[in-house]
Design a protein around this ligand. Structure first.
Ligand code: NAI
Ligand code: MG
Length: 349
């Protein structure tokens, strides 16, 4: 009775990547059984594991499978073994973002239980923020001069690059609480002044969305002193990298959060925000919640919004019900948390 079918390329990667993606895949299968769709999964080498087996971190066959898929589900890559090598897992990440044209990175963070947050409950309660980060421009992709006495990284943005990410943020705000805060450093940087002008112009297409602007240093402070003032934060590549890591501490563990990287119509890439966590890899103690949230974002993107909601609800219920991995102070294994989530999806169906 599976009327709808999707092809998903899974890149488990390194460290805890395979452990958490296994649970995310199983959770999606359970949601598919309950909501009438089927996912055809294929698994491919990417990152350190690909370097070991093939040489490059992004083998041609892996990229071809990703291009042909409806979506890509990624675990995490990297680890001490590959640091300083000629090929690194991280260059594979930049390469796949560029190859798939994934210019928009969406990272939501919501505080469900303020008691789990390291912030005072009165500050964290109710926080629900989406960071929309530009992912293929700015300093990370600008011309570099690498030297021992002097080095430089070029930051550049074009109007078109700012326009397309701004549209992503305004559209997302429409489905949320209708507010975009654009974060820049327009008092110092030329790229930021262009950013501010272009975002202000795009805002005219969205009269139903409120726009304000903030400098990045002020935004960093506000994220930890008053995160409830934010709905959607729109920002460039480097600022988004830093602010989204600051944001990730709000809910109480880096293991809880997922992210989506989207392009123009092609397959999106969905991953937990954490890395390969070499310190706990292979111990079945990582939280798969962030990988499951990434899978929920994937289902939203594929149009399976009810199944996405079911995944999120099952995760929230499991945590509220005391099924907690060690990062949240519990003793549940990664595999046990995954089983608890599936059990709640089956029970709700
Ligand atoms: P990390 O996110 O892997 O780990 C940071 C801390 O959080 C560790 O103590 C780890 O045990 C804990 N942690 C992470 N995920 C967890 C989970 N799901 N459940 C419970 N605890 C969790 O960051 P780190 O240690 O800086 O980087 C390790 C490797 O991962 C590096 O090689 C780094 O380059 C790579 N990395 C890869 C990313 C990706 O694939 N997108 C993103 C960030 C880092
Ligand atoms: Mg980062």
């Amino acid at each position: 009775t599976s009327d709808r079918a999707y092809t998903v390329a899974v890149l488990p990667g390194d460290g805890i990547g395979p452990e958490v993606t296994r649970e995310a895949v199983a959770a999606v299968d359970a949601a598919g059984a309950a909501h009438g769709f089927h996912v055809r999964w294929s698994t491919h080498d990417f990152g350190g594991v690909a370097i070991d087996r093939h040489g490059p971190p992004l083998p041609d066959a892996t990229l071809a499978a990703c291009r042909a898929a409806d979506a890509v589900l990624l675990g995490a890559v990297g680890g001490p073994r590959w640091v300083g090598g000629a090929e690194t897992p991280e260059t594979g990440l930049l390469a796949i973002r560029k190859a798939l044209g994934l210019f928009a990175n969406l990272r939501p963070a919501r505080v469900d239980d303020p008691a789990l947050s390291p912030l005072k409950a009165g500050i964290a309660a109710g926080a629900d923020v989406l960071v929309v980060r530009e992912l293929t421009g700015g300093l990370y992709f600008g011309d570099k001069v690498e030297g021992d006495e002097e080095a430089s990284d070029l930051c550049r943005y074009s109007r078109g690059e700012v326009e397309r990410i701004a549209h992503v943020a305004f559209k997302a705000a429409r489905d949320r609480r209708g507010r975009v805060t654009s974060v820049d450093k327009a008092n110092v940087l030329a790229t930021s002044r262009l950013w501010r002008r272009v975002v202000t112009a795009v805002a005219a297409d969205y009269p139903d969305v409120a726009l304000d602007h903030m400098y990045v240093d002020a935004a960093a402070m506000a994220l930890v002193t008053g995160p409830t003032r934010f709905d959607v934060i729109l920002t460039e590549n480097l600022f988004g990298d830093i602010l989204s890591d600051a944001l990730s501490v709000l809910p109480g563990s880096i293991g809880l959060l997922g992210s989506a990287s989207l392009g123009d119509g092609g397959p999106g890439m969905f991953e937990p925000i954490h890395g390969s966590a070499p310190d706990i890899a292979g111990e079945d103690r990582a939280s798969p919640a962030g990988a499951i949230e990434a899978a929920a974002m994937m289902l939203d993107q594929l149009g399976e919004t009810r199944a996405a909601g079911a995944l999120r609800q099952a995760v929230a219920e499991a945590i509220a019900g005391g099924v907690r991995t060690p990062d949240l102070g519990g003793t549940a294994r990664c595999s046990a948390f995954g089983a608890a989530v599936r059990g709640r999806i089956d029970a709700a169906a």
